[in-house]
Write a protein that binds this ligand. Structure first.
Ligand SMILES: Cc1ncc(COP(=O)(O)O)c(C=O)c1O
Length: 383
């Protein structure tokens, strides 16, 4: 039989699939893949049931239901003072993952360069490669995962078209400061780059941290493409409702791709998320304190085990340095922990193209029931 397409040559099972499979085989507590092991809010599930009963069950308009696009527009206005027109600047997608694919496919020609800040969410690089683009990594240096402005600027060439930023940041839990964002924004403006800002953890913030959407920075509204998702905010990652907010030109281009990739997104779930967004202000304090409790509990457990690292200010991940415990690289140590301690984590070297810094860390996801986190800590005793 003939070969499969070159654009996927070199693609392997994602690290999440590999770890989850191993976790199952070894009956390990899975703190690898980033999703809660508990359900999202009952009231939202009740609305979903109602939406189906009410007959919201046929194809939605391909750009997203008017109701959801309006509520997305409303929350950007209410929380950040951003004005996105629901008809021409907002597109609903199958999670942020489809949004990432659409933006990259819509913008990138073969040979175009895309700057990705590593450690990165792995679908960025896969999407860039599928578009024939060239991922150009710039390292966010541990322990505070900051970028060096000179290094960033040095990575830009006349072929660079897009820069991708993730804030709050998976896997480090970093929440970008205004100054740091301005450094990136200034470079994007100077070199006339698009900036894709992946903000799926925008509401998962601790200790008074503030989320600053890139699009709110001076001169950045037009060139920023903002991506977010209901999956993280409502703890219902399987619902897969995401969106893109962008200028008219980019929105139109993304929609051209979207109409032939998924065409439209689950109608009852869109209608449900629309109602969820209306209730955000009431919902968020409980949501944040739930995850803060988990972060504090697991951070303390890891401290007691002798790990030492700054407490993450956002997301539900911890990048934990392992060099005090082992000489092994992340992948080997992660395997050892699955086999010998029955705890699964993600080796973050999978999120780097250039630097080897990831080899000195493991990523733990603390979006888990208290009993799961305690069991993991118990298993890790004696490390
Ligand atoms: C940084 C980042 N972007 C995007 C996604 C994908 O989101 P979704 O489940 O909505 O496709 C994730 C999921 O883990 C993520 O961590």
């Amino acid at each position: 039989m003939k070969d499969t397409a070159l654009r996927i040559a070199g693609f392997k099972d994602s690290i999440f699939g590999v770890i989850s499979k191993l976790a199952r085989e070894h009956n390990a507590v899975n703190l690898g893949q980033g999703f809660p092991d508990f359900d999202g809010p009952e009231w939202l599930k009740d609305i979903a049931y109602k939406k189906m009963q009410e007959g919201h069950n046929q194809y939605a308009p391909f750009q997203g239901t008017p109701h959801l696009r309006q509520e997305i527009s409303n929350y950007y206005k209410k929380f950040y003072g951003l004005s996105y027109h629901p008809d021409s600047q907002i597109t609903v997608t199958v999670g942020a993952t489809e949004a990432i694919y659409l933006v990259i496919t819509a913008l990138i020609n073969p040979g175009d360069e895309v700057v990705v800040l590593e450690p990165f969410y792995d679908s960025y690089v896969a999407s860039i490669k599928m578009a024939g683009g060239v991922p150009v990594p710039v390292t966010m240096h541990a322990p505070d995962f900051s970028i060096d402005r000179k290094e960033l600027e040095g990575a830009i060439t006349p072929r660079t078209k897009l820069l991708i930023l993730n804030n709050p940041h998976n896997p480090s839990g970093k929440v970008w400061s205004r100054e740091e964002l301005l450094d990136v924004a200034t470079i994007a403006q100077k070199h006339d780059l698009y900036l894709m800002s992946d903000e799926v953890y925008e509401f998962l913030l601790f200790d008074g941290s503030k989320h600053i959407p890139t699009a709110t920075l001076d001169g950045m509204f037009e060139r920023t493409i903002t991506i977010s998702s209901a999956g993280k905010t409502f703890g219902l990652t399987g619902w897969k409702i995401g969106w893109i907010c962008a200028n008219e030109k980019v929105t139109e281009a993304c929609r051209l791709v979207h109409q032939y990739v998924t065409f439209s997104v689950s109608t009852p779930m869109q209608e449900t998320v629309a109602e969820g967004l209306v209730k955000l202000s009431d919902y968020l304090p409980g949501f944040v304190s739930l995850y803060k409790g988990k972060r504090d509990l697991f951070y303390q457990e890891l401290k007691n085990l002798g790990f030492d690292f700054p407490i993450p200010k956002g997301t539900y991940f911890m990048m934990v340095p392992i060099s005090r415990k082992t000489n092994l690289r992340d992948v080997d140590y992660a395997m050892k922990l699955i086999q010998e301690k029955k705890v699964a984590t993600v080796p973050p070297s999978a999120f780097y193209l250039k630097s080897t810094e990831g080899e000195k860390y493991l990523r733990f996801c603390f979006a888990k029931k208290e009993e799961t986190l305690k069991q993991a800590a118990l298993n890790l005793k004696g490390l």
